[in-house]
Design a protein. Sequence first.
Length: 421
Amino acid sequence: MEKETIALHGGYDKKSGFGSMSVPIEQTTAYAFRDAEHAANLFSLKELGPIYTRLTNPTTDVLEKRFAEIEGGASAIAVASGQSAIFYAIANLAEAGDNIIISNKLYGGAVTLLAHTIKRFGIKAKIFDCENVDNLESQIDDKTKAIFFESLSNPQIVVSDVDKIVSIAKKHGVVTVCDNTVATAALFNPISWGVDIVVHSLSKYTDGQGRAIGGIVVERDGLNEFFSSSPRYTHFSMPDESYHGLVYTSLPLPCFCLRIRLALLRDIGACISPFNAWLLINGLETLDLRVEKHSQNALEVAKFLEAHPKVKSVNYPALKSSSQNNRVEKYFKNGSASGLLSFDVGTYEEAKHIIDSVKLFSVVVNIGDSKSLITHPASTTHSQIPSDELVKSGINPATIRLSIGLENPKDLIADLTQAFN
Ligand SMILES: *Cc1c(COP(=O)(O)O)cnc(C)c1O
């Protein structure tokens, strides 16, 4: 089936329960077992079924099945947030003494998590250039457990060279983890380009209306075979002492998400609430339609900005004039690039003036909402960074970032026009 259809029907049997058309919300902490044997079977995985909502929940299960199918994966696990999805994916691969190689263009929360917080767990991050991947291969060693990058990066709005990253990773048997939040599952599916693990913040375009935090990890098919013969990741094919000697790769279930569920989610517990899972299922149903409209609107606003005399430069990869346009055309559906764009005006003061003058845009540090958002990174998210370092990280003091929503683009352009004056 096609993605739009899966988004509406995948993972849910309407004939179950009362036949509710909307996926029911199973708002419960725990489940009653039929008897002692049933309980024992569930714990030993002889039978699959809900035990406790930290581990599984039937509403969350629909989200996971649906999302895995849309991303073309074998299995998915939904968790509390995008941040926890990234943490689980990395913690499932690396341990103290290992290293990971991360893109130079990442979400700020991913940078602090991967370069700073997990360093305290003994996992070191090295950095590669996601556009020009020359410095990737030379950094891989025996202890390298993951290559992490964003398909379309937030906030730099850069499209990674996925093909090259994947081919280098495959040559060395290193797992690739791609954060596909901004590109969305509607425009790009990393697994079909050879990526092993996909993570998302569902809080952005999947929810689409700024209502719920959630994250998801998706694995490609065939990882059980890969891990069984890989010397790098023996913890998947060796007995897990914490789970009475379970060998993950020996089960007829996709082992990557299974290990996150049985070991990491059990122990760390950043699970998603059934209510948020339900909101995200509803968001997913209209993802395709919304992302198409976000992309059309953003392209119109980008063209307007490109022609405006007070704008020095516009960064929107779907613009034909963008140096990244060839990668957008290669990877993303219809050459669309979702709703994130940025532009530079002359000075810090001019940028601040525009932020203070817009009426329709909300000054919010979020993306992917149905309502248009505006931020000035230099005075908000990046205000602690000295100005020379700002410029090095690609953030100009006069840069404004927009997350274009679903309003009529004429109104967005009118709002920006009056704000420039
Ligand atoms: C927002 C975001 C995250 C973090 O997700 P949360 O759901 O806020 O924890 C991770 N990666 C990217 C690209 C994001 O935009």
